[in-house]
Design a protein around this ligand. Structure first.
Ligand code: ADP
Ligand code: MG
Length: 336
């Protein structure tokens, strides 16, 4: 199978949303009036972000999911994506399930494959997604996208879904932790087939003051919001731990806390909203079918503090949460 046969067979489909899709030198997209393009790229490298023998169907899903998660974080509606692929060989037994996993998620979000590049080389996947967000007649620099820079003193901090499952799943796969069959299956599914929170991101437009997706761990990704917004945050330890459904499994308390606070690959949304918007946040969660939990608040005082029930600081700025920093073989975080 040659390069062009491979592209034709696995990666060419009609893309009615694009003016020109796969097959020309460039794809051409028409932006709708009043809309802006949101663009993001994520690369997945074999041996770095995933094991080369991972299930190709799951890999096809995840390669697109991590990109859709960035659109979700901006409150952007997915339109299209490009796929740059380096493959050691044109292996149908790998390409069939990989492309099936990719198309399933793409179809679920109406996100069209409009181009890419294919070359022989060590397995490497790079996807660029294009989404749309409303702009504003108020001026060329204004956007309705959710950004990292809008968190304000007194805002509540929320997280969607669950935290720590992907990291627990990875620890289990690496043999560093034993999970029972139920927990292992759930955590592995979260590691290999993350759910991009696109519907929640869209529902939070106009409600959340800042948003990011949790690709590299809660402390790190919330840290990006704090830095861009020039604020600090205080998180309630019990509320953060409650984001993990497996706290009753006898897992080492420090490992569990590391996974929940610093484990990567959750692809949940961490966001802030003014207390006056609490009911609107709950309505957005309900409308998008995505659970959301309040885990703390934004403070004028810089830094990120986790406090116990009595309000006493347990740790400052992620100090001590270096479990993954030392594990350089296969990092759970995949964000570029
Ligand atoms: P060029 O050399 O002009 O950049 P290519 O010959 O590499 O174009 O690709 C031919 C067409 O196939 C282009 O439209 C390109 O976007 C598309 N394409 C190449 N690889 C992929 C892929 N993995 N997935 C989707 N489209 C692809
Ligand atoms: Mg060309």
């Amino acid at each position: 199978m040659g390069e062009f046969e491979l592209i034709q067979r696995y990666f060419t489909r009609s893309s009615p949303g694009a003016i020109v899709g796969v097959g020309d030198d460039c794809a051409i997209l028409q932006t709708a009036p009043g809309m802006q393009l949101a663009i993001s790229t994520d690369m997945l490298v074999a041996g770095r972000h995933f094991s080369p023998d991972v299930d190709p169907h799951a890999l096809g899903h995840k390669a697109l999911a991590v990109n859709l998660s960035d659109l979700a974080a901006c409150g952007a509606r997915p339109l299209a994506f490009t796929l740059a692929l380096a493959l050691p060989s044109a292996d149908a037994a790998w390409l069939d399930p990989f492309s099936a996993g990719l198309w399933e998620l793409a179809d679920a979000h109406g996100c069209e494959l409009i181009g890419g590049d294919t070359t022989r080389g060590p397995l490497n996947l790079c996807i660029t997604v294009f989404g749309e967000v409303p702009g504003d007649a108020a001026g060329p620099t204004h956007t309705h996208a959710l950004l990292r820079s809008g968190a304000r003193d007194g805002d509540d901090v929320y997280v969607s879904g669950t935290l720590g499952e992907a990291a627990l799943g990875l620890q289990h796969l690496l043999g560093k932790l034993h999970l029972d069959a139920l927990a292992a299956a759930a955590c592995r599914a979260r590691l290999e087939r993350p759910t991009p929170r696109v519907a929640l991101g869209l529902a939070l437009r106009g409600i959340a003051s800042a948003c990011a997706d949790v690709s590299d761990g809660l402390l790190g990704d919330l840290g990006h919001i704090l830095e861009r917004s020039a604020v600090g945050a205080q998180l309630e330890d019990a509320a953060v731990l409650a984001c993990c459904p497996w706290t009753d499994r006898g897992i080492d308390a420090q490992l569990l806390r590391d996974c929940v606070l610093s484990g990567g690959d959750d692809y949940e949304l961490v966001f802030t909203a003014a207390p006056a918007h609490a009911a609107a946040v709950a309505a957005a969660a309900h409308a998008s079918g995505t659970p959301v939990r309040r885990i703390g608040c934004i403070t004028a005082r810089p830094g990120l503090r986790v406090v116990d029930n009595a309000g006493h600081a347990m740790t400052a700025d992620g100090g001590g949460f270096d479990h993954f920093a030392q594990d350089d073989n296969l990092q759970p975080g995949t964000a570029a």
